[in-house]
Design a protein around this ligand. Structure first.
Ligand SMILES: *[C@@H]1O[C@H](CO)[C@@H](O)[C@H](O)[C@H]1NC(C)=O
Ligand SMILES: *[C@@H]1O[C@H](CO)[C@@H](O)[C@H](O)[C@H]1NC(C)=O
Ligand SMILES: *[C@@H]1O[C@H](CO)[C@@H](O)[C@H](O)[C@H]1NC(C)=O
Ligand SMILES: *[C@@H]1O[C@H](CO)[C@@H](O)[C@H](O)[C@H]1NC(C)=O
Ligand SMILES: *[C@@H]1O[C@H](CO)[C@@H](O)[C@H](O)[C@H]1NC(C)=O
Ligand SMILES: *[C@@H]1O[C@H](CO)[C@@H](O)[C@H](O)[C@H]1NC(C)=O
Length: 508
């Protein structure tokens, strides 16, 4: 039994290693990337061979590349099918119809394509859209919020099963279902997903396995014995899907040590942000793996509570308060465990302790006030207070998942409900305006200059878009709940008034 298990694990690992395009195509891969055959480094990672096997193509390349007439671009187009990019415009739908109807257009399967970089999963899944042709781990939670509102319960259950399948197969929920993503995970929202779907008991074993992953591969023990967690990546080198960009960053840094921090930044979901950088204008100074992030540790607190690990959750809560609350800034921040000091960067990650019930009432009020005075703009809340940057997880950009967490977090702070609803209203209004102009829901928005599209980062702004649609539908539901409860209250008032009036009438 043991031997069989070992063999199965060994086969799984060796199979998965060779399916990554950087391994399959070796120097053909690095040449295509460094010569910029495609402007987006991810394109070549998602090609599939037309007729020949990867080895045959590689052999052919090795025979031909030195010939004087050799043309790399023609060679690539001759031997590979390029992936599709979905852009969806439909001029007859309202924004609400668009969000409901898009799920079916964004649903994919890993069809039996030989030598594709897809990690096969048993069920269909919803992708974000644009260049994101596979599922993404933390995106899926926000997508699921919308799927609940569209009553697409089968789709939610399918994706939970896919995640369970992957935890059991590779020991973590990968960043996305591509072989080049398997060295890392993403913000651990699985416990929140199972809670949303009322399926926590069904996935208890997988939740335990996910917990074991974070507590053995992403754990840091501090001097006082407290255990907190960080983002990391078990693989190293430039990310295949950002091969050219990462090599450039390493070149500027003058060191390949930067790769693990870039990969850890990708695991954080905030790729990239001044939040992780020593010098907020210089990506080469990124230090993600040295940082214990506030949002990650709050998510793991939720996982501990979900698994009934009360003692561990309580120890984590105390460590969060000790290391991550700044009484000077009156805000939560990340902690750099190598420098042994807080990063003191003001970002929306500070809303996670409020959202997941880890902060005190007083802390909640301080954070809410800061959000109102500094983060709130015409189109919603900015990601961080750093706007020097060219990074996409910074000001002036706003992202749907962080609008949602901020809105729901502040809704929990007594006395700040109006602020929460203002954030919701401004974000929805921005989504609606851009939709009416373009027919699209975007990956991110500029919430400061609401007439400019969101920018920055390593690739173009994408449309579709899974988490934006999900958050919009969930916010719309909240808004309608409130207006229907106001209507209900108004009806009751009218009824009472009528009764008093009738009573009065009969009295005289
Ligand atoms: C290589 O082929 C592509 C199209 O297949 C063409 O656009 C390009 O000009 C060619 N490059 C050279 C150097 O001939
Ligand atoms: C791209 O989309 C077209 C049209 O839907 C389809 O025929 C083609 O097979 C797709 N290509 C890939 C690589 O999936
Ligand atoms: C989960 O349970 C709650 C409370 O019973 C219910 O309101 C909600 O619709 C359920 N969610 C799903 C996805 O079934
Ligand atoms: C992480 O946890 C494992 C298992 O408990 C332990 O062996 C390892 O030393 C820990 N790593 C760190 C950096 O604390
Ligand atoms: C960016 O940081 C790297 C690594 O510290 C340094 O070598 C480089 O000079 C910096 N570049 C700029 C423009 O400051
Ligand atoms: C960011 O930009 C805004 C307006 O463009 C400006 O008011 C603010 O002072 C800037 N913040 C920082 C930290 O530079």
């Amino acid at each position: 039994m043991q031997v069989i298990h070992f063999v199965v694990v060994f086969l799984t690992i060796s199979l998965t290693k060779t399916q990554s395009p950087d391994v399959l195509y070796d120097e053909l891969f690095s040449t295509v990337q460094t010569q910029r055959v495609f402007s987006d480094s991810k394109t070549f990672c998602d090609v599939v061979p037309r007729a020949l096997t990867p080895n045959e193509i590689l052999d052919l390349y090795r025979q031909q590349f030195n010939e004087p007439k050799f043309n790399l671009t023609s060679f690539v187009y001759e031997h590979f099918i390029l992936p599709n990019t979905t852009t969806i415009v439909h001029d007859k739908w309202t924004i609400e119809q668009h969000c409901h109807k898009l799920w079916s257009l964004l649903t994919r399967t890993t069809k039996e394509e030989k030598f594709s970089s897809f990690i096969d999963v048993p069920h269909p899944f919803v992708v974000p859209g644009g260049r994101f042709r596979e599922f993404y781990y933390w995106d899926t939670y926000f997508t699921m919020l919308g799927l609940v509102r569209s009553n697409e319960i089968d789709s939610i259950n399918n994706m939970l099963d896919n995640f369970a399948f992957l935890i059991n197969r590779i020991g973590l929920i990968p960043n996305g279902n591509r072989y080049y993503y398997q060295g890392r995970s993403q913000p651990p929202f699985f416990s929140l997903m199972t809670e949303l779907a009322n399926q926590t008991s069904k996935y208890k074993n997988e939740l335990e396995r996910e917990y074991a992953f974070w507590m053995t591969k992403r754990n840091i023990t501090l001097d006082d014995g407290a255990v907190l967690n960080r983002y990391y990546d078990d693989e190293n080198g430039p990310r295949p899907e950002a091969y050219f960009e990462d090599q450039e960053t390493a070149h500027k840094a003058g060191s390949t040590d930067v790769y693990v921090h870039l990969r850890a930044g990708a695991e954080s979901g905030w790729d990239f942000s001044s939040r992780w950088m020593d010098d907020e204008n210089n990506l080469s100074t990124i230090k993600t793996a040295n940082i214990l992030p506030i949002d990650l540790n709050c998510l793991l607190y939720h996982l501990e509570i979900t698994l009934g690990k009360q003692a561990e959750a309580e120890r984590r809560r105390q460590a969060i308060h000790k290391y991550m609350w700044s009484s000077e800034l009156q805000f939560f921040t990340d902690y750099n465990y190598v420098l042994k000091k807080p990063t003191n960067r003001l970002t929306l990650a500070a809303l996670f302790p409020l959202w997941l019930d880890i902060s005190t009432k007083e802390q909640g009020e301080f954070v809410a006030r800061k959000v109102e005075s500094s983060f709130l703009h015409d189109g919603g809340v900015v990601t961080t207070l750093s706007n020097s940057s060219t990074q996409q997880w910074d000001s002036p950009n706003g992202w749907a998942p962080l609008q949602f967490v901020t809105y729901r977090a502040i809704l929990k702070v007594s006395g700040y409900e109006t602020l929460a609803r203002t954030i919701r209203h401004r974000w929805m209004t921005l989504n609606e305006r851009v939709f009416s102009e373009t027919g699209k829901m975007m990956e991110k928005y500029d919430v400061v200059n609401t007439h400019k599209p969101g920018g920055g980062g390593e690739y173009e702004n994408q449309d579709g878009f899974g988490w934006t649609n999900g958050v919009y539908l969930e916010m719309l539901h909240d808004q309608q709940m409130v207006s229907s409860s106001i209507r209900y209250q108004t009806n009751i008032l009218q009824l009472i008034f009528l009764h008093v009036f009738v009573l009065f009438y009969f009295l005289i």
